[in-house]
Design a protein around this ligand. Sequence first.
Ligand SMILES: Cc1cc2nc3c(=O)[nH]c(=O)nc-3n(C[C@H](O)[C@H](O)[C@H](O)COP(=O)(O)O)c2cc1C
Length: 348
Amino acid sequence: MLKLDQLRVPLIQGGMGIGVSLGNLAGHVMLEGGLGVISAAQPGYREADFYQNTIEANLRALEKEVTKAREISQGKGLLGINVMVAAEDYDRYVNAISQMDIDVIISGAGLPLELPSLVGESKVALAPIISSAKAAFLLCRRWFSRSQRLPDLLIIEGPLAGGHLGFSWSDLKEEKTQDLASILEEVLVVLKDQNWDIPVFVAGGVYTAEDIQNYLNQGAQGVQMATRFIATHECDADIQFKQAFVNAKQADIRFVISPSGYPGRAINNPLVDTLMRDEKVKVKRCVNCLKPCNPATTPYCITEALIHAVKGNVQDGLIFTGTNGYRIDKIVSVKALIEELFPSEVSA
Ligand SMILES: Cc1cc2nc3c(=O)[nH]c(=O)nc-3n(C[C@H](O)[C@H](O)[C@H](O)COP(=O)(O)O)c2cc1C
């Protein structure tokens, strides 16, 4: 059971790997009364034994980041970890994460059909990310029939999101994807028809206080936002990574292939140019990060590319962004951003 009434603002700061949302960003979002999220995508990239003992390094780093977020937040807000279904060793990560001092596991990049059985007796709340009403229906029905439980929260991620996108290449390119508001409408109908009482948050392209209000008026209980939180002082990425958003223009936001099999969206740079010319970037080492990736045939190593980016190498790195990344024009504090986004909740 997720205690959403502990949130001062109906906000989830979306999980961002690799290393973009760790304990510092999540803790400051919590301090302002939101739900902060640490990404479980290779959080151990700064650990000395990352390339030798990847899983151990990642789990150790996650424990440290959870402690840090809890310290910063001073008991406010809620804390989650985002873990991708497409991650290699997903089951082992989920099992370990379910024992950590967090309120919720958020899971997408694939349908987390087995999530309830993987957390066993843990009391941690579960929030799947879905991109259609059909997926919401299938998932809830499966969870209920197999584990007699429903999601504690559903996150609908639409086509304007950052990171990996749950839509086909052709639909995205031809702009044939369903928009977030209409997916929300259909999901709310499914939940009502089935008598499933599940709070719904929406994600992908949510940018202003007005956007948020529109989704709340439509029946969402809150929003998940990621891209805007990159341009905060507290975001865990290097300043050059943040600055790439300040510098980006609309034409710089492009689709990019990913070894996950899902399309992604990124800020254009020499790496994206190379990949979109169908050229490969030689893989030097592999930490087995994604189930669908074959290191022998992959066009590039996404872990190396994301680590370059978060460390500030914005030429060779992969800079994932939501569709609105180009609208960012300055770096602000988490407090100022949340005050801008939720003027009435913050002043209440
Ligand atoms: C840099 C970046 C990294 C991301 N990494 C992840 C991730 O590791 N797992 C995941 O489920 N979603 C990831 N996302 C998606 C976000 O959590 C979020 O749902 C989405 O970007 C929301 O749209 P917005 O960025 O327009 O607010 C990422 C997004 C960005 C911009």
